[in-house]
Write a protein that binds this ligand. Sequence first.
Ligand SMILES: *[C@@H]1O[C@H](CO)[C@@H](O)[C@H](O)[C@H]1NC(C)=O
Length: 220
Amino acid sequence: MGPQHHHHGHGHHRKQEEPRVFLRERRKRKSSGVVWALVILCTVLAIGVIVTGGTVFAVYLLYKPKMPYLLVSDARLESLAYDQSGTIRELRLALTILAENTNSKTDATFSRVNLGVGFRGAEVALLRAADFSVARRSSVPLRYQVYSAGRQLNGEGMESMYGALRAGVVPLDLFGKARTSWKVGIFASLRFWTRINCRFLFFYPGNGTAMPIDCRSRSP
Ligand SMILES: *[C@@H]1O[C@H](CO)[C@@H](O)[C@H](O)[C@H]1NC(C)=O
């Protein structure tokens, strides 16, 4: 009764399996070289990534690079002569655009400044600027005296202009882009497109000022 009684209640009497022993000493020794090479490679890669990341972070903290941008500081619609045939006989617009560089340690350059003024999808004027640089922590004003004559509006544009003049609020869009570049120490030269897209609402006929908006360009 002794042993049988001892197992009573366990349900199954599991037979213990013999441990399997594989003898793969030779294969293991051959592959261990490859494994070690991979381990070393991965370690080197990981250290490289950490060192690179640390350097980039340190440079970032040191220089705190900021995107240069364009900012419209003043816009005034000085005159707008429009005739019933749908032609803008004359449009005069004074625009002051600041090229801002808020970096504390590096100058920035603006190039390929390419802006446009539009009314309801119709291009009224193009604005350009030669390449220029902006010293650290400063801005350069671009003053445009926009003049446009003879622009013919389509049917939709004519209707919009009619309604706008009657309401005394003329919408004009400023859009376009510029290329900015600036150096981060000796490490890198950063280049970005900066894009602007704003709609100004001018009190016209009226005093010609625009409703205040924050019109500045952004980099992706
Ligand atoms: C221009 O006219 C608008 C609307 O009449 C008014 O709100 C604004 O204060 C005026 N601005 C100036 C500088 O007179």
